[in-house]
Design a protein around this ligand. Structure first.
Ligand code: HEM
Length: 266
């Protein structure tokens, strides 16, 4: 009889006497772990080795940058959808703004869930930034070794990715401090309107969101390319999709400070 079969029999015996059920279950657990230990360790080793090879290879890092970038784009779409509720309701005539209800709703979700989402987003952003910088440094080093003149097909967006990325990061720090740390979900509408009444603050947001447009435009094209979805034939179509996506998302974000400056939101 094989050891595992004898273990099943042993558990059956323990169940019969009922009193020994817990003891039997523990014994069975320990035995099963011991029995499969070598297989489990071998599988874990394989997984870790493959993951390490993937992350240290150039293509693996590119894929991770593309996937984390895609996640950040999804967040952006979700955040925009929430922000667009600022146009709902009529606070001037005493009808509460939808954005207050939306922000309050966000903060009534369980704290652990809210923080899990925040930490998840922060981890995705960190992986995206660190791997992008590592790839950039590798590219610069490779270029000095095998130097070739000119960046013929490089667009302004592609050449300024690091610069626009840094600008978006600085914007994010200011934005979180202004609207999350010092924000009041029940008074979200008034807080946003008060902030954007200052042309300097609105100007900074508009500038940062223009950088976001350039970053997103090139980033989305790169996602298609890295994930192998882009061929010579469909590339122009993906370029149009990336520009349209950037224009719609960033245009909608910019509409908020513009609407406040024009007195549409007050
Ligand atoms: C006019 C444009 C924008 C407005 C009015 C706006 C508004 C807000 C508000 C009110 C919050 C606080 C939500 C809350 O905790 O109650 C927030 C949080 C946040 N915003 Fe924005 N936002 C804008 C643009 C952006 C952009 C362009 C980005 C990304 C680049 C961004 C990223 C974030 C992040 C990461 C948070 C933190 C989410 C959290 O609290 O967990 N926002 N925004």
């Amino acid at each position: 009889m094989r050891p595992l079969q004898s273990c099943w029999l042993c558990l059956l015996f323990c169940c019969c006497s009922r009193k020994n059920l817990v003891f039997g279950a523990c014994f069975f657990g320990v035995f099963a772990v011991e029995y499969f230990r070598k297989d489990v360790i071998a599988i874990m080793n394989d997984i870790i080795t493959t993951a390490c090879k993937f992350v240290t290879s150039s293509i693996g890092r590119k894929i991770l940058v593309a996937l984390t970038g895609a996640c950040l784009l999804l967040f952006l779409v979700g955040h925009l959808a929430g922000n667009m509720t600022i146009y709902g309701g009529d606070p001037g005539n005493g009808v509460p703004s939808w954005i207050d209800a939306y922000a309050t709703g966000l903060h009534t979700m369980p704290a652990w869930l809210l923080w899990a989402i925040r930490l998840g987003l922060a981890a995705i952003l960190l992986i995206h930034v660190v791997l992008t910088l590592a790839l950039k440094i590798e590219n610069v080093n490779a270029r000095t070794q095998y130097q070739k003149e000119g960046t013929l097909k490089a667009t302004l967006s592609s050449r300024t990715m690091v610069l626009t990325g840094i600008m978006i990061f600085c914007f994010l720090v200011f934005h979180l401090w202004q609207l999350t740390v010092n924000g009041d979900p029940a008074n979200c509408y008034q807080h946003i309107v008060d902030a954007f009444t200052s042309p300097i603050c609105s100007g900074f947001y508009i500038l940062a969101i223009c950088c976001l447009f350039m970053h997103v435009r090139h980033g989305l094209q790169s996602v298609f390319q890295t994930l192998g979805l882009s061929t010579r034939k469909v590339r122009p179509l993906y370029n149009i999709i990336a520009v349209l996506f950037g224009l719609v998302v960033c245009g909608a974000f910019i509409s908020i400070p513009v609407a406040v400056l024009c007195g549409i939101l007050k």
